[in-house]
Design a protein around this ligand. Structure first.
Ligand SMILES: *Cc1c(COP(=O)(O)O)cnc(C)c1O
Length: 405
């Protein structure tokens, strides 16, 4: 089975974990402090930003929103095409997540659509580096500046990427990363908030430890706060030494992972043809591609006008039968009951991408041969389709659908 994604771990992560176990202090302590230090120097060695590590990427986004004093009555614009984590992070603060449509080529927040959805209650934008691309991020920042809005980048897909000539996180307002098991680097579970705004990171640092004021500084000296002070609602969102120890090893391998991911991405480009569809547009030389999101050609989709997702679902099943795991990133959030939008504006681009998208395997265990094999199967599927063109029961009950070899 070729998995959609997989962590890349070896004896070095094992040894790092053993070091923490031998030391005997598993909670938040010196490993986390070192990981934060190494992260900020990785992001910008000359002028490091402030960094606070937390338990997940979702926690990073939640605390970023709260640290900007956004809450009940406030609105945050977020592209509908994202993991539900972005939406949950906003609603967790009591603020309202306002979905925007996305750009057709990049799948990222569409500026023009976002402008239509701004109200007096809008406090921030949360653009997502969807599929590891940056979309109209510069234009979105200019827009945010004009409107006096904060920007929280959901950079879960783009750790290690370069934007405007600097590492993602080195410029911008508040940038959030995820280090869950499948991201560009992993801690097992983990996340980080990065900013040049010291007050924001100070606040995130307190909020991750139940809001206990300056508890981080105590813990980094091997102490705890007993005679403590709390000024607002906090959360138990800090990172443990165990997770940080894995992250520190992974961080040393990021350039190696990045090169491999870019290489696999380019191998896909070599073997996928326009009659199949096209990937989301990203600047591959400056990205570290996390998911490989492929948008199937509209001509294929038109083969069954009664069910717009028919071809996408058939292809996924065909690949599954040939031991290739695929995914869907993501079901638009405005289609979820909890986030159904009351605005009159529709989401035509996001819904069209959803009908035609398929995420193909991309991780460091894959070989060029694996990618070539996956592309061969897609080509086979497409040419079988054109043989029976016009039929809406293309593969059902036919045997050539199964087990291509
Ligand atoms: C993974 C991811 C998150 C959440 O990160 P976790 O570490 O899994 O909580 C948020 N947004 C996007 C786009 C993601 O891919």
């Amino acid at each position: 089975m070729i998995k959609l994604s997989r962590s890349m771990l070896d004896h070095q992560e094992k040894e790092a974990l053993c070091r923490v176990v031998d030391d005997g202090y598993l909670g938040m302590g010196s490993e986390v402090r070192h990981f934060e230090d190494e992260l900020k120097h990785y992001i910008d060695s000359e002028n490091p930003p402030y960094v606070a590590c937390v338990s997940t990427g979702t926690a990073a986004l939640h605390l970023a929103v709260q640290a900007l004093n956004i809450g009940p009555g406030d609105e945050v614009l977020v592209p509908t095409l994202t993991y539900v984590a972005s939406f949950q992070a906003i609603s967790a603060t009591g603020a309202t997540a306002i979905a925007t449509d996305v750009d057709a080529l990049t799948g990222c927040m569409d500026l023009e659509d976002a402008q239509k959805r701004v109200t007096k209650r809008t406090k921030a934008l949360m653009p997502v580096h969807y599929g590891s691309g940056y979309g109209q991020l510069n234009e979105l920042y200019a827009f945010a500046k004009r409107q006096n809005l904060r920007v929280i980048e959901d950079a879960a897909h783009s750790f290690g990427g370069v934007f405007n000539g600097q590492k993602v996180g080195a410029s911008g307002d508040v940038i959030c990363f995820s280090f869950d098991g499948i991201k560009n680097i992993t801690c097992g579970e983990g996340g980080a908030v990065v900013s040049r705004d010291q007050a924001v990171i100070q606040k995130v640092s307190d909020l991750r430890l139940l809001g206990v004021v300056h508890d981080t500084q105590q813990r980094y000296q091997g102490k705890r706060s007993f005679d403590l002070e709390v000024e607002e609602q906090g959360w138990r969102y800090h990172m443990s030494n165990l997770n940080a120890a894995i992250g520190r090893v992974q961080l040393q391998k990021i350039e190696q992972f990045a090169e491999k991911r870019r290489h696999l991405y380019k191998t896909y480009l070599k073997f996928l043809s326009p009659d199949m569809g096209k990937p989301l547009q990203i600047d591959i030389e400056n990205a570290v591609p996390h998911p490989f999101i492929f948008i199937l050609s509209r001509d294929l989709q038109n083969k069954n006008p009664h069910d717009k997702r028919f071809i996408r679902d058939e292809l996924r099943q065909f690949l599954q039968e040939n031991n290739i795991e695929t995914g869907l990133h993501y079901k638009p959030n405005h289609l979820l009951k909890f986030y159904a939008q009351k605005t009159p504006h529709p989401f035509p681009v996001a819904e069209d991408l959803w009908d035609r998208m398929i995420t193909l395997p991309l991780h460091c265990h894959l070989s060029d041969g694996d990618v070539e094999h996956i592309c061969f199967l897609i080509q086979l599927f497409v040419s079988n389709l054109s043989k029976v063109s016009g039929s809406s029961t293309i593969f059902s009950s036919s045997s050539d659908k199964k087990q291509a070899s």
